[in-house]
Design a protein around this ligand. Sequence first.
Ligand SMILES: [Zn+2]
Ligand SMILES: [Zn+2]
Length: 358
Amino acid sequence: MQRHAETASPGVVQPDPADVARWLAGRQWPVHPLAPGRKTPAANCELCRTRSHAPAQCPCHVQGLWCHGFHSATTDPGLIHSWWTKEPHAGVGVSCGPAHLIVLDVDSHAAHVPDRKRLLPGISIPDAVNLDGLASGFDTLALLAAYRQQPNPAEDNTTLRVRTPSGGLHIWYLNPEPHIRYRSSTGSSPRTALAWQVDVRAHGGYIVAPATRTPAGVYTPVGSVREPALLPVWLAVELTRTGHVIQLAPSPQPRPRPSAGPRRQGSGAQALLQPLIETVRECAAQAEGTSFTEKLNRAAYTAGGLVGAGYLNQTEARQKLAEAAHYARPHQTHRSETIIEAALSAGASRPFHPKGLA
Ligand SMILES: [Zn+2]
Ligand SMILES: [Zn+2]
């Protein structure tokens, strides 16, 4: 983004939406037009407004129309040129899923604060914790980070953050493991949510691009960072815990294995690791005296060996370990992650080839 997007005051030249769209598409992030002056997608064509059909079945996309919001998103320069020539004031939406983006959308709307059970789904906040003054997604996100002893993402100055006209904040991250797909959610959802007033924009969602203007103001990047950082491991663990991972159906036919390709990663190695991970989870039954550290160490070291030998995916292994560790010892997340990292890398330097897995 151009620097001048930062100081949005009347009379300051904003970047042209078409330029913003091209800049984003150049990063292979598919874009679609928003209704001019709004944060919602540009309207469908007449046919799509009146006839109900699944976006995937829409005949308009092959004709180069922008129907169905993010379902039409594209990186095609010709299409982008034609869309923003037709509607030069259209803001820009980015389809998060195919862009491998995960954006935390923090709201600061004045709203009725729900029961403390609903603030951080899956986490019971003890009555002793004083929640006076808690009013927005900024507060619940800070609470989650504090609970996990991690830095507050709203203050993460290593990644692209965008201030919204309503005082909210978009915190942009890149998914380091795109084969793990995360679903979008709203913070008030009773089913899947990360924190009250914090929406997750990922698969099945879009995010308003920086520099987009509405009558309320401009979506303005904070500070000087203009690129998303990789999603922190602890947030990946939290998204997994709160049900954001989309379970992909197993492909009906196994793909032919390339002769010189990587080893088939999967069930054999998982079966070896799983009992060790269970010993970590079982430590939850008692607060101490369970040799938690040794068990975590052993599981992570074994996982590292299997990763080093190509039987396991490192990110998935790390996530499983971190999840089990959180479950058993929720108050020492940071310490557990340090143990996991050290043991994973020690294990990876000594690849482990168990019999029967070759
Ligand atoms: Zn249409
Ligand atoms: Zn349609």
